[in-house]
Design a protein around this ligand. Structure first.
Ligand code: AMP
Ligand code: MG
Length: 407
């Protein structure tokens, strides 16, 4: 049986990043850039005013104040028609291009306008000490130049990068294609969330749990519903699931008489990479790869118990999805925390035990929660972390340090 680390290594090895695809800028947030991108414009495109004010020659303000003739008024988006020369000024709005000849902009707060009697712009009185060329002006191309590299491949696109890409004309963006995922819950006992379970039945909670986790991860997911424990029907559903890059099945991978998932997967040519991991909960995890006409597919047979499904998703599926999407942040660092209570650990597998993580002063503190095992997802609602108790029987004392995985 593989260790958690070994199982993860095998999964990541199979999860090489997807090929690149072009997506509309509006769909690119969260994706990883697949190519270096250059700007098709200078930014700003002209020497531009950073304030509302008057474009002047610095020499006119050498005495600290001046009375200048106003040539014209230029708003953002308009273009100046006249050059500023000694004794004149042009009224500019923020973002407007600097007129030819002008060197600096004096803020409107430092001015008093004297409109002419005929309604024309007239004269302005400016009061500003030490005006120098370049004051309140952003020079053309000072943010970026046409042809200059804006973003490097491998960057994960945040709203910030989307803004920069919009400025530089990237209407479509080359990204690493995000993996598509199909979700199937298996089990004769399962009914959907809108049904009232009758004798022997329970509601399918793994399906909604996985779809929610995928939604949060920003991955497009398809819900293939519930498949009964019947080899032929399961086979038909799995076949549909193999259209996605990743197929997540829950249930049917342990040692029961109706645990048909491994059998059906192998019948459909999904190559088993491993079955079972030294881990609690989550031991029955099955992982395999299908290589067909449609390309490589990763298949996870997740254990049916809800907490096992969640733990396997966090430890194995989420890192795989991130690597497929070209992300490098698939590693989940554990934090060291001090136990708040004594805890007796038993068993030959490491246990990922639901816990509450709190910061008190300089240290993290972990409280192992009362938990009735892998079918008890109620306890998880109280949890925001998993405390990792290494394999072996040991009485852990309050105050001892332990690794904890924040959820
Ligand atoms: P299995 O591995 O199929 O034997 O399932 C293990 C346990 O998990 C059984 O008690 C199942 O009823 C339960 N289980 C399986 N699938 C689901 C599901 N989708 N939602 C909630 N519980 C499930
Ligand atoms: Mg089952």
């Amino acid at each position: 049986m593989h260790s958690v680390a070994e199982a993860l290594r095998l999964i990541l090895e199979a999860a090489e990043p997807n090929p690149a695809a072009r997506v509309a800028l509006g769909d690119a947030v969260g994706s990883v850039l697949a190519d270096d991108l250059a700007s098709d414009v200078d930014s700003p495109p002209h020497d531009k005013s950073l304030v509302d004010g008057y474009a002047v020659l610095a020499a006119d303000l050498a005495a600290g104040s001046a009375r200048l003739q106003v040539l014209e008024e230029v708003t953002a988006g308009a273009v100046p028609a006249r050059a500023v020369v000694r004794g004149t000024a042009t009224r500019l709005m923020t973002g407007a291009p600097l007129p030819a000849g002008a060197e600096a902009v004096v803020k409107v707060e430092q001015s008093a306008l004297e409109p002419a009697a005929d309604g024309s712009l007239g004269w302005v009185e400016l009061h500003a000490q030490g005006v120098a060329a370049g004051d309140n002006v952003m020079a053309r191309g000072s943010s970026l130049r046409r042809g200059e590299l804006v973003l490097r491949r491998g960057v994960r696109l945040r709203p910030l990068e989307i803004g920069l890409l919009a400025e530089t004309g990237a209407a479509t963006v080359p990204v690493v294609r995000r993996p598509s995922v199909a979700v199937v819950a298996t089990g004769n006992e399962l009914v959907s969330v809108d049904a009232v379970p009758t004798a022997g039945q329970i509601r399918n909670s793994n399906g909604p749990l996985l779809l929610a986790a995928l939604g949060q991860e920003g991955v497009p997911a398809k819900d293939l519903g519930i498949a009964a424990d019947d080899p032929n029907r399961l086979e038909a559903t799995v076949q549909r699931g193999l259209e996605a890059d990743v197929l997540l099945l829950s249930g049917g991978v342990s040692a029961g008489v109706l645990d048909l998932v491994p059998l059906v997967l192998e019948r459909l040519g999904v190559e088993r990479v491993f079955h079972k991991v030294r881990l609690k909960p989550g031991k029955p995890l099955w992982f395999g790869v299908h290589r067909g006409d449609g390309g490589r597919r990763l298949v996870f047979g997740l254990p049916g118990n809800p907490v096992s499904t969640l733990v396997c998703f966090e430890l194995f599926v989420r890192p795989a999805l991130r690597r497929l999407a070209g992300r490098s942040d698939w590693e989940r660092p554990a934090v060291a925390a001090l136990l708040t209570h004594d805890f007796a650990h038993r068993g030959e597998r490491p246990t990922y035990h639901p816990a509450r993580l709190r910061r008190e002063g300089p240290a993290w503190h972990a409280e192992p929660l009362l938990w009735r095992g892998s079918a008890d997802q109620r306890a998880l609602v109280e949890a925001d972390a998993l405390a990792i108790f290494p394999a072996g029987d040991r009485h852990w004392r309050a105050g001892e340090a332990i690794d904890v995985l924040p959820l």
